[in-house]
Design a protein around this ligand. Structure first.
Ligand SMILES: Nc1nc2c(c(=O)[nH]1)N[C@H]1C(S)=C(S)[C@@H](COP(=O)(O)O)O[C@H]1N2
Ligand SMILES: [Mo]
Length: 259
């Protein structure tokens, strides 16, 4: 009597369980197919979109720009890269990137062309820049290709340069643009990162004049950014509220390229 009862109950339970199992299986399978279908539709939509001027799907560009804005807003001037002792720097830093570095630069006639406003360009010599207070920066130089090195640079703080050349008005613009003398390499950088105290217009490496292939006579050192923004052999500098042209951003890399 007892036994029969037990079996009955057991079969009841088994019945319900099997029913539930198949219902749940169907439910989760349908859920899977709906998600899979939505995923396929999304990718189809994404990759059949008309590409923008920069050969990138507008939706990807938009999310990229969203990241840009997010990280620029998180950026604070007090954020600094870790600094090291001079002995820790490598004696011979790697040379990387030669765009705009071809040919020998005429160091006697080189001037920094500073565009103060449309039609108002000032020409600054290396000695004039060297007469400003010098700042040394020893930090971990990082390239997007995946390597990094402890390097030692010297030059004039961009913020000091702004003060000395009365560029406070210009520094209310959102970006600084830098271009090599032959105009083949160019970068655009947000003003907050330029004014960060470790950003220098650099003319020295390991206490000696910059080697030719590392940007002689003047390059940018900007520890809060990846290597791609560290333009070597500066020819021209200008200020702008719209994003200056940027060599690697035009080739799909992040415009902001912050660390
Ligand atoms: N003019 C110029 N500057 C440039 C580049 C370049 O190709 N041309 N490459 C950039 C990249 S990708 C890196 S990683 C650094 C490398 O600097 P280095 O040669 O001193 O190591 O320079 C940057 N500045
Ligand atoms: Mo790089």
């Amino acid at each position: 009597m007892n036994k029969t009862n037990n079996t009955d109950r057991f079969e009841d339970i088994k019945d319900i369980t099997e029913h539930q199992i198949s219902r749940r299986t169907i439910l989760s399978l349908s859920f899977f197919f709906v998600c899979f279908g939505l995923g396929c539709a999304f990718f189809f939509w994404l990759f059949t979109q008309k590409q923008g001027d920069d050969n990138i799907q507008p939706a990807l560009r938009k999310s990229h720009e969203f990241n840009d804005r997010l990280f620029s807003s998180l950026f604070s001037k007090s954020k600094t890269a870790k600094e090291y002792k001079p002995e820790e720097a490598v004696p011979k830093p790697r040379v990387n990137g030669k765009v705009g570095m071809e040919g020998v630069l005429d160091t006697n006639t080189w001037r920094l062309k500073l565009v103060r406003a449309a039609g108002d360009t000032q020409y600054i010599t290396l000695n004039e820049l060297k007469s400003l207070p010098k700042t040394d920066v020893i930090y971990d130089f990082k390239c997007v290709e995946g390597w990094s090195e402890l390097t030692h640079w010297g030059g004039v703080r961009f913020a000091d340069f702004i003060k000395k050349y009365n560029l406070n008005m210009q520094a209310t613009r959102q970006y600084v643009g830098l271009i090599t003398p032959d105009s083949t390499y160019y970068v655009g950088i947000d003003i907050a990162s330029m004014l960060q105290p470790q950003t220098i217009l650099c003319y020295e490496m390991n206490g000696k004049p910059l080697p030719q292939d590392q940007g002689y006579p003047l390059r940018l050192i900007i520890p809060v950014k990846y290597g791609i923004k560290h333009l070597k052999r500066i020819g021209l500098m200008y200020f702008s509220d719209s994003k200056p042209r940027d060599y690697w951003a035009e080739r799909g890399y992040d415009y902001y390229s912050g660390l």
